[in-house]
Unconditional design. Sequence first.
Length: 475
Amino acid sequence: MMHHPISFTQLGLNFPQKICFSGFSSQVQSGMRIALMGRNGCGKSTLLQMIQGLKNPSEGQIHVPKDVTFGYVPQVIEDFVNLSGGQRLNEALTLALASNPNVLLLDEPTNHLDLRNRRSLMRLLQKFSGTLIVVSHDVELLRTCIDTLWHIDHGKISVFSGNYDDYMQEIRSQRNALEQELKSLEGEKKQSHLDLMKEQTRAKNSRSKGEKHINQRKWPTIVSGAKARRSEETSGRKRKQISAKKHDLIEKLSDLRLPEIITPKFSLRSEELNFSKILVSIRDGSCGYDVPLLEGIFLTLNACGRMAITGDNGSGKSTLVKAILNEATVIKSGDWIMPKLEDIGYLDQHYETLTPDRTVFEEIQTLIPHWSQEEIRRHLNTFLFRKNEEVLARVFTLSGGEKVRLSLAQIAAKTPKLLILDEITNNLDLETRVHVIQVLSHYPGALIAISHDEDFLKEIGVKDFYELKSGKEAR
């Protein structure tokens, strides 16, 4: 246990091109379980390093009591190069825990874990009695191992007590309250406009009455003009107040950003698909390199089926996918019926389908040369590439999230009958993850996913699981 809190005073982090956050003051009490959240590139990993004194803050300070012992596992583990991602994490974690730390700092620990390793990590984190600070976008981890969220966004860190579900609930209810306020402001604006119209009509009637009275030698009502002017001034003031308040509310709303919704249109329509048609069929198949890695594969997938291939790291999932993609390096035997290669789309965490030197615009233009500029812009707009600088940006300058959105835009523009996803949610921030789920739940064709992320598989409607046991036998 640490007896005194770690304290942050007016902490700030700036890079030459942006301010990540500033003015952050808070305390980490013993036993807290904190997750750092925010878009990729907002400074989460750097904050973990600043806490340990590996990097200096741009402003402010962090006070770490003398009785604190840190254990730290970075996102990229340089040691244990011969091991798989899961084994590396286990080794690095064992090493970090060997010094018996009372503060454990982990950077995206679940990224490369298979199901079994994920489970044991969750158990370990739940049992860990010290203070935990984790950078993570893993919904299961945020739900089960965390009691405080620090969200880095809009140049500041917001602290929220509770787990991920509480947090989303809170954001939703705050958004609803703000949206209600905006609605009632709109009502006020309408009302003040109606009041002004009434006043002007009354003044006009009153003026014409006055003119009538003059003609009939009665006293004119001179007040009416002044009265109309006064009511116009009041109304103008009120309008200014309303629009200032509206501006303020809209700013607050964007602070509580729930990810924008992408509603994609796919070039392949579901009515063009024959759902009963078998798209992939493997009977008594084997595949491997010099020797078969998998044998006895029996697998069928129809034109709208959604299947996950599961199994521990090293059980041959990627080899099976390569065999389905007909890669020359993989030797196959048995009975394999596959779609033509041009009818298969492939997406992995490295976005191989993108060409670094092309612009976002050119990526779609090359794919669909007969589309007009306007059609390409409209399509990209759906995938949130809106401003000129976003549409004309070169691929190598894009963030991870933008690359994912562009890869999805390609798939929607030229929709394959079969889409293969290979660990696509690794390293995604929550916002991009939501976008991926939105797009894939609309996707009309068949889908095969390699993923250890059960939440994700459930959200995109995967019902069939094909498990590869370590060793030769496919199940």
